[in-house]
Design a protein around this ligand. Sequence first.
Ligand code: S3P
Length: 171
Amino acid sequence: MHKNIVLTGFMGTGKTSTGRLLARKLGTRFIDTDTLIEKEAGIPIREIFEKFGEVHFRGLEREIVKKVAEENGVVIAVGGGAIVNPANLTDLKRHGIVVSLTASVEVILSRVEKNIDRPLLKVEDKLGKIKELIAVRAPFYEKAEITVDTDCKNPEQVADEILELVISVSD
Ligand code: S3P
């Protein structure tokens, strides 16, 4: 059995772009839980939040995480809030090495500023909201086996760094 590589971390840390690249390098499949949630719901995440609220979204996310956690040898990117639920982290760790991507709040802001698809950041003071959420979530992101800082790096560099670190923890 090959372990999955699971990418977690705050919005804008590059989970999706890095994950896609990492999967290509490994010749395996890339799974993005947000994409699966949208497929299942038939509407974008933004609309799930608007129509049904965050609690409903977390329920859908929980079901998708349960499913993808059973995979073997794939790269999985989960939404930035997924591992705040300890059950999600436990499931993902069963078959996977969890990698947390980090970035400074300024870099995160610059990456998410123009994007309207992040309902939790649909507020006037985006920087304040990013800081507030990261303060709550940092202890959860720290539960990953590997942490990679993504400031001033492109997805290619981040993917290569992850590959090296994954090999060293698997040895
Ligand atoms: C969320 C992050 C989003 C998405 C949803 C909630 C969060 O995913 O799951 O908007 O709680 O941080 P990305 O981290 O891929 O942007």
